[in-house]
Structure formats: C-alpha cells, structure tokens
Design a protein around this ligand. Structure first.
Ligand SMILES: [Zn+2]
Length: 111
C-alpha cells in the first residue's frame, strides 16, 4: 500500500498582512483553495469576549487578544497572583491557563 503525501499551502486572500478584529462567538475558518472546503475552524476562548483579532503571519494563523487588561482577581494565577492577560495563556484544551510568570497551570473559576 502506498501513501501519497501532498503539500498544501495557506493562501491569504488579503492584499497585505493585517489584524482583523472579530467578535465573541465567531470563528476563523481555514478553507481549501478552490473548493472552499472547511479544513479547520478556530474558536478563541469565550472569556476573551470581543477583544481578539486574527492575522496570517509566516503561513500560520495567529489569534491574539487585542485588549491589554487584567483578569478578575479570582481568575488570577494561584501560584504568584499574576493578573496580566498577556502572561496568562489559554491552553489547547480550552479549560486551563498557563501562567508564563511562574509556570503554574490552572483552571480559572470564571469561563
Ligand atoms: Zn503565576
């Protein structure tokens, strides 16, 4: 049995790299060029609210929180008390947060 590997490339339909603001409950879809088949959909954490944007950088989709503020006190890192959202990173499971200040991984009570 032979397995054929194909290489696919991301195509950006926009003229220039830019940040695109999106809203809570919406998603970014990766579609196959030509067929528009949806290959993957990216859903930022609901806790980010409306404060996020996406961009294509170096062939990858980058989703970032665009507001620079702090989480509620009860959602702060239990290890060191970090509250800056830039230093509290949602993990791929969508339930736990990793603190980049002290390395602690935890589940915030508010989602
Ligand atoms: Zn911490």
């Amino acid at each position: 049995m032979t397995t054929t590997k194909t290489t696919e490339h991301l195509a950006c339909r926009t003229d220039a790299p830019a940040w695109y603001p999106t809203q809570v409950g919406r998603k970014v879809e990766l579609r196959r060029t030509g067929t528009d088949e949806v290959l993957m959909a990216i859903y930022p954490p609901a806790a980010w609210g409306d404060a996020w944007g996406w961009n294509l950088i170096d062939g990858g989709v980058v989703v970032e929180r665009t507001a620079d503020d702090e989480v509620a006190g009860k959602d702060a890192c239990p290890g060191c008390g970090e509250r800056r959202q830039d230093n509290l990173i949602w993990q791929d499971d969508g339930e736990t947060v990793k603190c980049t200040t002290c390395g602690k991984q935890y589940t915030p009570p508010t989602q």
